[in-house]
Write a protein that binds this ligand. Structure first.
Ligand code: HEC
Ligand code: HEC
Length: 548
């Protein structure tokens, strides 16, 4: 069976020649701005950058940390990652769920207490939408604040007068102090920093074409190869990542195949599709054949009433127009079944919960398209719609097959720090907690570990060992996990915590990872002088830093 001819065929061929699309292309190739032509080499460079945790100043977060393809381009950590929302306090009804980024830190790599997250990784206030098929949009982010015109993030001059929404979006996360950046980072510094990095030095299991591409290169030499002249510049970094995203086109779901008669939906799925086209597709237009074919999609913004607009004004933060309060970009629904939890605040765990939400007519909205839904969805309709939504999953996305194949991140591998055991209860009932989140590779001269939930103004000793046990030895009322190996145990100098009052203290210790210990694990536990603890002290849980 042949795919119907489409007027975009010239572009489609260009994309297919990247070698990333094994199957017939069903969606049109996404638009490519004239100022950033798409080449196979540039897309590969972008793929390296997208999956490189070295793009963050803490070396802990890549774009792909928060955008995981097996999860439809969303973040599997979202369900367990709380943001306190509008009122700033946890455990209230406006809490949202997002993506953990970096511990707030300065240019030297020292932790800096954040008002909400302390010295723990900060969580974004919104859930991560997908970069897959984002190439069709002319406005990105839930509120559409990344627009079509791309400006150089250093000079602010217009680089792409149109078609640059991806580029505009990419300029943001590397500078975001919650997501990837130290306080006060600049794009000039990012580019200078990256030039000397070995591409994907922290990742492993690289797909073969990517491995061949980066092998033996620094970023500087890759940029020379891709752009034909030397220079790792902010715009070139951004252009490469955008080019990669233009290859992330998902159009091989059972639903897509049925559109071109290469498969059929079941009777139930078809009933769901019909119902969906009647009630939902006025907003979710991407399920209508022809919509993506006419060109870039101007995603509409709507308020379906997940939460009151005052909590997150959404589109109104961009337009300053009160009618846009609480409006968010209508998300494309391809691969939605992989992307739980749902909505901008991650508030609904399952597709059934989402459909139930619509069946009640939304909560905080006056949009007639939503408030008229109640009464139009029988129990069977709801099941049918969910069955239909499950046909939108592209097996290449679910299985991370080309073009959705990727390296394994450091954060997914064996070299991540572990925190284990149980510390002792001290002042105010708080148990001191170790914070060990950074990659302990040789050459990391600004390695920082921390402790929180200790009394403000108390003294800490950080005790180290090369061995530890998973079951503690109880010494002076404390759970000691360190092996207490003669000659190997050592303690860092006592330091005074910042903070005031019980549980409010934080402390940290920075050092250079010694070379030559790759393969060993350094263990630590914080000892605090706390009059309320057994024998006038407490210990934290233990941490292990695999050196590599
Ligand atoms: C710490 C997690 C995190 C990191 C790191 C991150 N993102 Fe995101 N991404 C998000 C969140 C959260 C949003 C939604 C933010 C909003 O709408 O205000 C988002 C939005 C997006 C969107 C918009 C999708 C749409 O439909 O509007 C794209 C594309 C995207 N990110 C790509 C990237 C790229 C490329 C990088 C690396 C340069 C990156 N992200 C780094 C969490 C992250
Ligand atoms: C008035 C326009 C509108 C209508 C009608 C509508 N939606 Fe939505 N839909 C949206 C918007 C806007 C969002 C994002 C809302 C948010 O996160 O606050 C959304 C989000 C979703 C999501 C979550 C996607 C994600 O990635 O989190 C699903 C699933 C969904 N809608 C399915 C449906 C179904 C099924 C129907 C019909 C019963 C429907 N929608 C009707 C506009 C609409």
């Amino acid at each position: 069976m042949s795919v119907p001819c489409r007027p975009f065929l010239a572009l489609a061929t260009a994309t297919a020649s990247l070698g990333s699309l094994a199957q017939a292309q069903i969606l049109p190739a996404p638009p490519v701005p004239a100022g950033n032509p798409l080449t196979a080499a540039k897309a590969l460079l972008g793929k390296a950058l997208f999956w490189d945790e070295q793009l963050s100043s803490s070396r802990t977060v890549a774009c792909g940390t928060c955008h995981v393809f097996a999860h439809g381009g969303g973040d599997p950590r979202t369900a367990a990652s709380l943001h306190p929302g509008y009122d700033g306090s946890f455990g209230t009804v406006d809490d949202s769920r997002g993506s953990p980024g970096v511990v707030r830190h300065d240019a030297q790599g020292h932790f800096v207490r954040d008002a909400i997250f302390g010295i723990r990784p900060q969580v974004t206030p919104r859930k991560a939408p997908s970069p897959i098929n984002a190439a069709y949009a002319i406005e990105l982010f839930w509120d559409g604040r990344a627009g079509d015109v791309f400006r150089d993030p250093v000079t602010n001059s217009v680089v792409l007068p149109s078609g640059g929404a991806l580029e505009s979006q990419i300029a943001a996360p590397p500078l975001s102090e919650g997501e990837m950046s130290h306080i006060g980072r600049s794009w000039t510094a990012i580019a200078a920093d990256l030039a000397n990095c070995t591409p994907l030095a922290l990742a492993d299991q690289l797909p073969a074409p990517l491995q061949t591409f980066v092998q033996g290169h620094t970023y500087a030499s890759l940029f020379q190869q891709v752009y034909g002249s030397p220079g790792v510049t902010p715009t070139r970094i951004i252009f490469a990542i955008a080019s990669y995203e233009r290859t992330l086109i998902s159009d091989q779901s059972p639903f897509d195949l049925s559109l071109v008669n290469q498969g059929t939906l079941t009777v139930q799925e078809n009933r769901g599709l019909t119902k969906f086209r009647g009630l939902c597709a006025t907003c979710h237009t991407d399920v209508n054949p022809g919509v993506l074919i006419t060109g870039p999609v101007l995603h509409d913004f709507h308020n379906v009433g997940v939460r009151p607009g005052v909590e997150d004004p959404g589109r109104a933060t961009v337009t300053s127009n009160p009618v846009d309060m609480g409006k968010f970009k209508v998300p494309g629904l391809r691969n939605v079944a992989l992307r739980a939890p749902f909505f901008h605040n991650g508030s609904r765990n399952t597709l059934t919960n989402v459909v139930d939400f619509y069946a009640l007519g939304g909560q905080f909205t006056f949009d007639p398209l939503v408030i008229n839904i109640p009464g139009q969805l029988s129990a069977q309709d709801k099941l049918d719609i969910v069955a239909f939504l499950n046909t939108m999953t592209d097996p290449r996305v679910a299985g991370e097959l080309p073009p959705f194949d990727r390296p394994r991140l450091w954060s997914e591998g064996a070299n991540t720090p572990t925190v284990f055991g149980v510390g002792t209860t001290g002042s105010g009932g708080f148990v001191p907690g170790s914070v060990a989140v950074l990659p302990a590779y040789a050459g990391n001269t600004a390695y920082t570990v921390g402790v929180d939930r200790v009394p403000g103004g108390s003294f800490q000793f950080l005790v180290w060992d090369l061995f530890a046990n998973t079951t503690p030895t109880v010494l002076l009322g404390q759970n000691v996990y360190l092996g207490m190996t003669p000659n190997l145990i050592f303690a860092s100098m006592p330091q005074l915590t910042s903070g005031t009052g019980p549980g409010d203290g934080i402390n940290q210790y920075s050092f250079a990872i010694p070379p030559g210990f790759a393969g060993t694990t350094l263990f630590g536990q914080w000892l605090t002088l706390d009059p309320q603890g057994p024998n006038g002290m407490t210990v934290s849980d233990a941490f292990g830093l695999p050196l590599f």
